[in-house]
Design a binder for this molecule. Sequence first.
Ligand code: FE2
Ligand code: FE2
Length: 189
Amino acid sequence: MLDVRVALDLAARSLSPGRFRHTLGVAALAEELASKHGIDPLKAKYAALVHDLAKEIPTVQQVKLARRWNLLVYPEDEANPAVLHGPLAAYWLAHCVGVKDEDLLAAVAHHTLGVPQMSQLEMLIYSADLVEPNRNFPRVDNLRKALYHSLEEGTLACVEHTLQYLEDSNRPVHPLTHLAHEDLRRRQG
Ligand SMILES: [Fe+2]
Ligand SMILES: [Fe+2]
């Protein structure tokens, strides 16, 4: 049984005030979108509260843990360790907190990069992370509206926003994000 008070306590103890605020924003939006789209709102809230638990572990330590726990899959993972905090948090929740819900763990693991064949909950956490109420960038409102209208279409719009952002800032795209994008496009015909 998932206890959101445990998740809230973990987040409050692990995160800086700014990231805790972001986390509460993700949780509020995830819960609301979950209710709208027939997803378990408690599970969505729990996943949102724990999604960034590993984010503030020093990068060198994140790489060490990822190596020890066998979480380095792509060369890009080590080249850009900012992508590791999702899989690290999911592993830690499974092995140290006793979270057994595979869908919830996958949503935490994949919230930064996406993944092909995303479940409803995976799309929800990926997208809520990007457009939670504290986020403020041009056309963020359009992405929020798209997510209320359709989780699938909204998530595709979020992935495309991220791809554009990476291109504009000359940053590499992780293979998983390319695969997630192709998959979402295919699913929407
Ligand atoms: Fe994150
Ligand atoms: Fe986040």
